[in-house]
Design a protein. Structure first.
Lengths: 443, 443
């Protein structure tokens, strides 16, 4: 018998949920981590024999699973949480959100807003998010600092903000940031044209060329509301989906967010073209945008990811709760209680998001060689007892506050609910300063 | 100036949300409690001058609001949480839930299940629930013991269980329990015929007479699924709603649970007859039962309450989360982002439930003379910051674990998240013993 191998960390949870294969739950197994990567998943007894760990975490009564992936956020908008509710999308955008952004948007706004979002994301078991917002270099800097993982959207719009004046400048800034992020292990760029109704054909075509040359995804709101689709058809005779198809944007690198308005043919095309869907059920419900046909998209073979959208339209960044909402709503919309079952929903919230970002070789499931991005969840509370089925409990009964530990690249960001890489008091104090300023301006 | 009056308790929250009038938020106010009742809501400075309290709670950063009312539960079924998911209602009932009940239902099952439910309800800020299950005298005994408030459903079915053999015996036992509960301040009976498809005309007619004589509400599942309505029409030519109307059950004492299948005429009649609706959006979604037209019912003038249904079909008893789901889903179903706004949703979860139970003179809002049933909720966490609108934050962003204190009749049941009237360890141990037995039997 050889000597035990020295490793950084072994975690002994009650249940280990690797997500690949879908639905598998391992009892009395350990997760072995070294150099920021997963070394092995193996029976706890073997782990004790074969490895000597510099750190050991005993987590009886807990499940261990991959970190959740929030596949659509506007992190800095957490500073606008609850500023304007119970309003339709275009009213909410044009009369509340865009004016607030016009008045307050700055590098500092983004820094403080992203810090607040990161505190919420980490406490809720999210290890990776896919962001779209202004000053993306600031978002990248905060993510680097707090140790999370993110796809940073290089935002493109046709109209001026304090960040950029026109599509050219947005694209230029995006390319510069792309170059800066090269070689970063936890940050990846994605082009992020806001929506079909805010970016013209010329900018989209240029962006497609860049995205293809640089091999980065394109992250875009698409078919969010019936109004969006109807207006495009009235003005151009073309549905936004058909337009993006004509411009050759749609493929496995395309991340289509919302997709509540789809013909049967568009559902088939989504799967055939390999377009990734980010389903944001709570934002879609709150803004009365419509219902994404999640079960039909999955049946067609499309990749489904889960996003919260920004906290200004959700109003939280709770991926566990969003996954529950997705699983519940899919059944109601499909008229089939077997639609989007718990294990499939958990896949969407982890591996589905990783696939959408083109990051599934690195994250989204617990496999040897992947990054050690994982969370532990305490299932011993009365809210999740008795326990017949771990994955059912995680998706249908568990609250995000039951997340106990969060690791990214093997580094702990949350330990027994304590944030380790972020000054929570300072973050909350900054949020309250912004609140005072924004509330005063809103009258 | 007179001497300060001695009272039992004064609470100083940051925000006081009385629910009546809807939408009101008082800052720097205090709630004064004496003899289990609310004495006054008044500015904090005045409270300090006019009252001397035996106990004082300072709750900066917290909201104080009426205890939540869970208007439809099967509390004991918490022991079956997650036993069978992702199945349609009749499959779930006939192949999983009813067989499990046939094998395990007993007084002990109910006692242990209701204790587990009470732990979850109290921790989630629920002070009153409306239950329907077997062995209701056991449910009543547990509620009495833990200090909660409840309407106890005197269940009636046509088929035999270990509780009773036929409708006669159910009715007989119900009447006996009704008499036992007389004069209890925190317990009220309600007749609870299970559903139109499980109780015949003869039993319903007798029950109507008793309910009317005894002046107690009737609590019943109604129009839960399209299947239920179609089958009744196919067999009798009559929709269940029409049948209950013919039997003269429908009126202000009738509590109709689910109501996902309603014609425009039935919506109008619901309001005209004063029938109370209990909306259970998560259970309806999970079982793919359909969508309750909550916004249309409210527009017609009906009283709307919120229920979780049992933890076997939800899978939690989280009224705060259910209220968020109701508010979100109502917008999506109505195609109107202004439907069921936050303040209206909070009314449904408190006063709406109280009205449905005929208990609104005593609970459901914070008014002098009403019972001191209230909760405090910590809004200082990053998940609910920054804060522009307290009620938006409570409904759209807050998690139930942010509930800090729970009082019923002025008695604390949860203090700084500690359960005071219930042995949590013993309750969890019992739940785990049931899990072992039920899982073994289910194979």
């Amino acid at each position: 018998m050889t000597d035990p191998r020295s490793v950084d960390l072994i975690v002994y949870p009650h249940w280990l949920v690797p997500v690949e294969p879908e639905g598998l739950v391992l009892e009395d197994h350990a997760l072995v981590v070294d150099g920021g990567e997963i070394v092995e998943l193996l029976p706890a007894d073997f782990a004790r024999q074969r490895y000597r760990a510099r750190q050991t975490l005993e987590r009886s009564g807990h499940a261990l699973l991959p970190g959740l992936v929030n596949a659509h956020t506007h992190a800095a908008m957490s500073l606008l949480r609850g500023l304007a509710d119970d309003r339709a999308l275009m009213d909410w955008l044009t009369h509340h959100i865009w004016p607030a952004e016009a008045a307050h948007l700055s590098r500092e706004f983004c820094r403080d807003g992203v810090l607040l979002a990161c505190a919420e994301l980490i406490r809720g078991g999210v290890t990776c998010f896919n962001d779209m917002y202004f000053f993306p270099e600031t978002t990248a800097a905060v993510v680097r600092e707090v140790g999370l993982r993110a796809a940073i959207g290089l935002i493109v719009l046709e109209f001026p903000t304090t960040y950029a004046q026109n599509a050219d400048e947005y694209l230029h800034k995006g390319q510069a940031l792309h170059d800066e992020l090269r070689g970063e292990p936890r940050l990846r760029p994605a082009f992020a044209p806001h929506a079909p109704y805010t970016v013209g054909d010329a900018a989209l075509s240029r962006l497609r060329v860049y995205a293809s040359e640089l091999a980065v995804p394109i992250h875009m709101h698409l078919h969010e509301t019936a109004h969006e689709v109807e207006q495009a058809q009235a003005e151009t005779g073309e549905r936004p989906w058909a337009r993006l198809r004509r411009l050759e944007l749609l493929g496995p690198e395309f991340i289509a967010v919302h997709m509540t308005q789809l013909t049967e043919q568009e559902i088939v095309e989504t799967a055939e073209l390999g377009v990734n869907i980010v389903h944001c059920p709570e934002s879609n419900m709150k803004l009365a945008s419509g219902f994404c046909p999640a079960a039909k998209l999955l049946a067609a073979g499309a990749n489904l990811a889960i996003g919260t959208d920004g906290a200004a339209s959700n109003n939280d960044l709770d991926v566990l709760g969003e996954t529950r909402s997705a699983a519940l709503l899919a059944k109601a919309v499909a008229g089939d209680a077997a639609a989007l079952p718990a294990a499939r929903a958990l896949t969407a919230a982890t591996l589905g998001g990783a696939r959408a970002l083109g990051w599934n070789e690195r994250i989204g499931s617990l496999r040897p060689g992947k990054a050690a991005d994982f969370i532990t969840v305490d299932l011993s509370a009365p809210e999740t007892q008795p326990l017949y089925d771990v994955i059912s409990q995680l998706v249908y009964a568990c609250g995000r506050q039951q997340v106990r530990d969060v690791f990214v690249d093997g580094r702990p960001l949350l330990h027994e609910r304590r944030l380790l890489s972020l000054d929570l008091d300072a973050t909350l104090a900054a949020a309250q300063r912004w609140r005072a300023r924004i509330a005063a301006a809103a009258g």
